[in-house]
Design a protein around this ligand. Structure first.
Ligand code: PLP
Length: 420
């Protein structure tokens, strides 16, 4: 079978995808066994959130709007009532001044990053090459395979701030970060999957200013940020600017299957993305957008984000931190990343005597599944930094009992590995 260069690149299994395949096979092979699975990235189906969506879908089915949202093609930038709802949501909250021309809706934010990375980085007609810069890595691994060209992503090792006996935080290493003519676009998630880091308002401002001097767009991925779904446990203010593209997603607000991702920014950025979308899929599905527009306009979506979604993950995080503190031997040099948001907890085992991949295998023997951290360093693939082999990501999407038992087993295995 012929596969083009692009076909081969897209067909390549990234590190995290390979692990996810191994996890699926492990779970399928031992169907009758119970695993403490702390690896899943799928958000939990929360009954109140699911019931809200069911109610709004029923309303839509019974309304005249159904014909427009389901039985007709639409514009390539998205379903206009939804775009208007997005504009009023952000204008109201943050005093922005965006309107329909500043917004594009794609089939999931993942697809939006595909447009952004391939439109604003890569090689130009005259052979010039511009890269994607991640100001801080570890970062969302889903960006890694977005570029159709090879070797277009770079990053720098972050600074590590030790905050307490067993807590730390990554910070952008401004002494190293360079935004020069070799950079086409800067991308970061805030809060960050996999670490739960929230890059501070000051740090974001600095990154935006550095990029502005070179007319480089800064893409801020708000998949977990306020106001929706607001899986964020610290103060943060989204910064808007002429060179900023804000993206968000409704996936963590209970509708990942509806595939709704949004980009907000200057028209000069939105237009090429709209053209990309028109060429690749005409437009994204409008049914979910019509439903989401109603839930946004009524204020119910924001309310349920705060009262139910945020609270659910906040409580899980608190349980996990308490379990770690009570069960991990304090003599082990472990550091939990300051848990400021997302569905995840990130743990760094300093000077771990084995690799995180080997730790993953050992934990599997104890029926406990985690995600090894080495696949979450986009832009640092060629850096043999030992830290990359010392971290794991834990998902807070399982039952309280499984979180507690899984963490107890991790504490035991890691203790054995360190000989403590
Ligand atoms: N950005 C981050 C940081 C994510 O964690 C995810 C999914 O887990 C996405 C983007 C993709 O989300 P979507 O469902 O909108 O494509």
């Amino acid at each position: 079978m012929y596969l083009s260069k692009v076909g081969k690149k897209m067909n390549k299994m990234s590190g995290v995808r390979a692990i996810m395949t191994d996890i699926i096979e492990t779970l399928a092979k031992a169907k009758d066994k119970h695993f403490y699975n702390l690896s899943a990235g799928n958000p939990v189906v929360l009954p109140e959130v699911r019931d809200l969506w069911k109610r709004y879908i029923r309303n839509l089915l019974d309304s005249d709007e159904f014909d427009q949202a389901f039985c007709r093609y639409g514009g390539s930038n998205g379903y206009v009532p939804f775009i208007k709802a997005v504009c009023s949501q952000y204008n109201k909250h943050y005093n922005w001044n965006i309107d329909v021309k500043n917004v594009i809706v794609g089939p999931g934010s993942q697809k939006i990053y595909y447009y952004i990375i391939n439109a604003f980085s890569g090689s130009s007609e005259n052979g010039e090459m511009k890269k994607v810069l991640f100001p801080l890595s570890p970062e969302y691994t889903g960006y890694s395979n977005q570029a159709v060209e090879y070797d277009t992503m770079i990053s720098y090792r972050p600074k590590i701030d030790i905050l307490g006996e067993h807590e730390f935080k990554y910070r952008p290493h401004f002494e190293n970060i360079k935004i020069d003519d070799s950079i086409g676009v800067v991308v970061l998630s805030r809060p960050t999957n996999p670490t739960g880091n929230v890059v501070t308002d000051e740090e974001i401002k600095k990154i935006i200013e550095m990029a502005e001097q070179r007319d480089v767009p800064v893409v801020i991925d708000n998949a977990y940020a306020p106001p929706i779904p607001n899986i964020c446990f610290t103060e943060m203010t989204p910064q808007y600017g002429d060179n900023v593209i804000h993206c968000f997603s409704l996936s963590k607000a209970g509708m990942p299957g509806a595939r709704i991702g949004v980009a907000i920014g200057n028209e000069r950025y939105i237009k090429p993305m709209q053209a990309f979308q028109a060429n690749s899929c005409l437009h994204s599905s409008m049914l979910g957008q019509a439903v989401a527009a109603q839930a946004m306009n009524s204020g119910e979506l924001e309310k349920i984000s705060n009262a139910v979604i945020r609270k659910f993950y906040f409580d899980k995080k608190a349980l996990a931190l308490k379990t770690i503190e009570e069960n991990f031997n304090p003599d082990i040099p472990y550091y939990v990343h300051k848990a400021e948001g997302t569905l995840f907890i990130w743990i760094w085992f300093k000077d771990l005597p084995i690799t995180c991949g080997e730790l993953y295998q050992k934990l599997k023997q104890e029926d406990t599944i985690v995600v090894p951290g080495d696949g979450f360093f986009p832009g640092l693939e060629h850096d043999d930094w030992k830290h990359k082999q010392e971290c794991i990501r834990l998902s807070m999407t399982t039952s309280d009992d499984d979180i507690v038992e899984g963490l107890k087993r991790i504490g035991k295995v890691v203790g054995e590995v360190y000989g403590k």
